[in-house]
Structure formats: C-alpha cells, structure tokens
Design a protein around this ligand. Structure first.
Ligand SMILES: [Zn+2]
Length: 408
C-alpha cells in the first residue's frame, strides 16, 4: 500500500474500523435477500507527506451509484453557509457579470443558485445524476462527469478558464487527489482563485469524529498535507478561513504560482505552526487515537443495552454516511435501534447498508413517539434539535454518541 500523494510506503496505522459496505449503498427492500460487499476500513498515515488516508478503497462507480442520495439543500444551515460564501467571494474578488465561476461537486445546486441569483455566469460539475437533475431543474447548468485533469483540459478548450473555482467537501473524496489538483491548476485563469473546503483532520482526532471515516472519504486533510499536494500541482495557498462546518473545517484560497502574484496572509504560517505544535507531523498523535474510538463505541453500546433493559423505545435521526460507519463499527442492528428517520426523499423506504436498519419518513416519530432519539449527524446537532422540538411534547430525550455520549 502506497501513499496516494507521494507514493511512499504506508506503515503507520491510525485506526482500524473493521469492515463495512460503502457508506452510501443504501439497500432497496428487494435487495435485502442478497448479500452485500464488505470492504476493510482502515486509516493509514504517510510519514513522508503526512497525508492521512484510507488504506483500501472500492471502485468509485460503486461508491457514487445513481442512488447516492445526499441532497445538500436538505440542510438549511448548509444553504445559509453557501449564501454567506457567495456574498463574500463576490465582494472580495470583485466578481461580476463577465466573471466565470465553476463549482466542482455542485450537488443539487445549493451553492450555485446564489451566483445565478446575483447574475454571475456559472456552471457546476456533478457526477451524481440524481442530484444533478435537481440542479438542472433549478436552471443551473451541470456537467455530469468526474473532475480531473482530462475533464479540465476539455472544459478549458470548450469554455475557457474560470475566475473562481469552488470545491467544497470533494477534495477529500477523490481517489486520485494529484489528478484533481492538476485539474484545478488547469481550470484557473492567471488571476483565478480556487477555494477548497474540507474537514480538518485535527478536529477528527481531537474530537473523536471517527464516524467521518468511510470508504468514499479517501483523504483526511491538514493544511500541511493540502499545501504539499497543491504545491506539487503548481498551486499556492495564500489564505485560509476556519469554519465551524462538519465539526471544524478549513477553507483554503489558492491560485496558480505562475499567475498574478498575491500576498500570503500571516494566517497561513500561523496555522502551519499550530499544526506542527499540535503534533500532526509526528506519529504519537495518531497512535493514541484507537483507544478513544473504542470508548465511544463501548459507551454507546452500553447505553443502548441499558435502554433495552429498561424497555425504553428508541429511534435515530439522520441516515447519514457517518451513521453507517458508527453503526457498522459498533455492530448495532435493529434489535438495539429499530429505525432511523430522514428527510431525504431518496433514502426513505431504503435500509442502511450493513446494519440493514430501515429508514422511515420523519412522520414515524410522531406515530411511534420514541422516548430516546439518537441524532446521528452530530455536526447538525443544534439544527436537528430545533427541528425536533415537537418531540418534547411526549417527553422524548435527544442523544448524540460523538464526540462523547450525551443525553440532552
Ligand atoms: Zn505521502
């Protein structure tokens, strides 16, 4: 096994989560009589470039099947985040009606709609047909292919380079991260800017967010590793923002090193120092991780068994990919968690991969009035708690398993 960026041998294991099916391979009722493919899920660290990465990966066609059902617009806080981003980019980089904006992984158009509303020419790339179709219905132009150097060359030839390229929560999800970075370089005009958002690996480690580990999430990025990867592709990072999304993310700003010169914000150097001091360039921090992961699993299992002993009814909210990692790693099945509700129409009526727990519409909560509701997407905890305020009517308690078990 070699590093997907620098090709060095991978020797340092950060965590071994056993095996599970691809996180987004939700099962249709008729598929319950068939077997599922389980793949090992292990995270390794390259001690040369310090890229944290999954050891094994499945074919991406399988990971991003047409049924892949995450629609960004389902999260109101995420849509609001996108609007703030659009306003700030338009102002900072003086974007207008002659500018060109490209979003890679445009999903259902949750972000580009704000550029469309401001009259700025834009289009998106989104290989998942079900979400791309929604974006098109909303008047957003979508190219349904995987992004990389080959596609970038074609797009530059057909449409020209872009002034702003947005890549939110996709850089960590590509198997060939070098090719993706090369594609970004190719797409940018000499004065163009790419912004890339990704969950910061230090948050994952400090806050125990091991459920953000799944096969389709190939890399777990720091500023150090991202800078190394982008720099090899001819891109330079000139600024960063720290964001609260996904439990703590980074937005980096990059431009071509052969393009218009930009002054680098002191924030970049400060953040690199912080990462070094936090130990990201040393093995010890990674070696201490598995113990804390085990504790989350054991605490959750003990809690679910206790609830069963006390005959308390329980359900979960949010059939997210993270939920699949947690449930499969902890070996939780229907006997401990009878059902999960979700707002995505594409997921309702399907079953969680591996655990095979049924996914129902949110109305099932009102019908069954569970006493405990476990929120699986902890990163949307506040938003979900507001949304579930009505469950207090029957005295339901809410719970999260991460960063540590909490009932509130
Ligand atoms: Zn490496």
């Amino acid at each position: 096994m070699i590093c997907r960026h620098c090709g060095a041998d991978l020797k340092l294991t950060m965590v071994d989560l056993g095996a599970c099916p691809p996180s987004n391979s939700y099962l249709l009722p008729e598929e319950l009589t068939a077997p599922e493919k389980w793949y090992p899920l292990q995270v390794m660290v390259c001690t040369e470039c310090w890229l944290v990465q999954t050891a094994d990966f499945v074919d991406r066609e399988e990971c991003f099947s047409a049924r892949y059902a995450y629609f960004s617009s389902c999260s109101t806080s995420w849509v609001a985040h996108a609007r703030c981003y659009t306003d700030s980019m338009i102002e900072r980089f003086g974007l207008g009606e002659t500018s060109r904006v490209l979003e890679v992984a445009a999903n259902d158009g949750y972000l580009l709609q704000h550029f469309v509303n401001r009259g700025i020419p834009c289009y998106g790339i989104e290989p998942t047909e079900s979400t791309a179709a929604v974006a098109r219905q909303n008047g957003i132009e979508i190219v349904s292919l995987f992004f990389g150097l080959a596609l970038a060359r074609r797009l530059v030839h057909e449409r020209g380079r872009v002034d702003l390229l947005t890549a939110n929560n996709v850089f960590a999800h590509v198997p060939n991260i070098n090719d993706f970075a090369a594609g970004i370089f190719e797409m940018l005009s000499p004065s163009g800017v790419a912004t890339i958002e990704f969950p910061h690996v230090l948050q994952l480690i400090h806050k125990n967010y091991f459920d953000t580990i799944y096969h389709e999430h190939f890399s777990y990025l720091s500023l150090h590793s991202t800078r190394t990867i982008l720099s090899a592709a001819g891109l330079e990072i000139f600024d960063i923002d720290e964001l609260p999304t996904h439990g703590g993310s980074l937005r980096i700003y990059a431009s071509r090193s052969d393009g218009v010169e930009r002054t680098c914000s002191p924030r970049v150097g400060d953040f690199l120092n912080m990462e070094r001091e936090a130990g990201l360039l040393d093995s010890a921090i990674y070696l201490s991780f598995p113990k804390r992961v085990e504790k989350v699993k054991n605490d959750l299992l003990a809690f679910l068994l206790q609830m069963k002993k006390e005959s308390k009814s329980i359900a979960a909210y949010g059939a997210a990919a993270k939920g699949n990692t947690l449930l499969n790693y902890a070996g939780i099945r229907r006997d401990l968690l009878p059902f999960i509700v979700d707002r995505s129409p594409g997921k309702i009526g399907t079953f969680m991969p591996g655990s095979r727990i049924p996914i129902l519409a949110e109305s099932a909560l009102r019908e069954t009035k569970p006493q405990i509701i476990l929120i699986l997407p902890w990163n949307l905890r506040e938003e979900v708690a507001d949304q579930l305020a009505y469950t207090r009517e029957w005295g339901a308690k809410l719970a999260v398993a991460l960063p540590s078990l909490e009932i509130f």
